[in-house]
Design a protein. Structure first.
Length: 267
């Protein structure tokens, strides 16, 4: 009986160690359980003209406004709407200058909206940019457009200054629309590799060989997070005012250590 008890205790100890090694905890997370944390998020405003890129460089129709951002019931909502002057307003947040990351597993639980001309995104830009876009890269974890609701896109941007910029993208099309229900969108970002995931399943990846002859710039510095709801533009397409207002919802955003996806499973 004593031997069996020792054996059982040894097995439980081994199982607990395996569990500890395979279940990862976030190194950073945002659950939107209270008012918007201004120590975490910058609220972006304007149409990009102040930054010298009117239409945010993509001929987008919206002007970002704090009125397009709200947090309630543990959900961040970014809403595109038409104001009393007929201007399209929407919401955009970044963690620039507050939280940035280099490598890891980065994911968010998102409910995409319904509506033609919408272009919500979850993406990353390099912290402390010194050179023009996209010389230091851009990582798009999720892009979706209302004109193609069955498609999601993950992409990286690199190359020379516009118009000689280039990108590499992975697209997933499904019979069902992605809008209406919550899904988990993420990337596994490690040295010389970025892989895109949806609902914990990989749907594409990129490595230095995929973007030759351009250099791989995605391991040079940390990147900050961006969430936004664009309207129209080069990817969003024709704006349909009748489909506004529309809202993209974020339940949570989490960042795990690099070894979390390759060596185990996020919680």
């Amino acid at each position: 009986m004593l031997c069996r008890r020792h054996l059982l205790m040894s097995l439980l100890l081994i199982m607990s160690r395996v569990h500890a090694e395979t279940v990862c905890e976030p190194i950073w997370e945002e659950d939107f359980t209270g008012p918007l944390d201004r120590a975490t998020w910058n609220v972006v405003e304007g149409d990009g003209c102040a930054e010298g890129i009117c239409g945010w460089g993509n001929n987008e129709a919206q002007s970002y406004d704090e009125a397009g951002v709200s947090v309630s019931g543990g959900i961040l909502s970014l809403t595109a709407f038409i104001d009393e002057q007929g201007q399209i307003r929407s919401g955009k947040l970044t963690t620039a200058g507050m939280h940035s990351f280099k490598h890891g597993y980065i994911e968010a639980r998102i409910r995409l909206p319904h509506g033609r001309g919408l272009w919500p995104a979850f993406w990353m830009m390099p912290e402390g940019q010194r050179y023009g876009w996209p010389l230091e890269g851009e990582i798009d974890i999720l892009e979706w457009t209302g004109h193609e609701p069955h498609r999601i896109i993950g992409a990286i941007h690199f190359g020379d200054l516009p118009p000689d910029n280039v990108h590499y993208s992975e697209t997933l099309r499904t019979p069902a629309e992605w809008s209406g229900d919550f899904h988990i969108y993420g990337i596994e970002w490690s040295a010389e590799r970025i892989a895109w995931y949806v609902n914990n399943r990989i749907h594409g990846s990129a490595t230095p060989n995929d973007i030759l002859p351009w250099p791989w710039v995605f391991d040079d510095k940390s990147f900050y997070l961006i969430v936004n709801m664009a309207v129209g533009g080069t990817l969003g397409g024709e704006v349909v005012p009748e489909d506004l207002p529309a809202t993209v919802e974020f339940d949570w955003i989490r960042v795990y250590p690099e070894e979390c996806r390759t060596g185990g499973s996020p919680r």
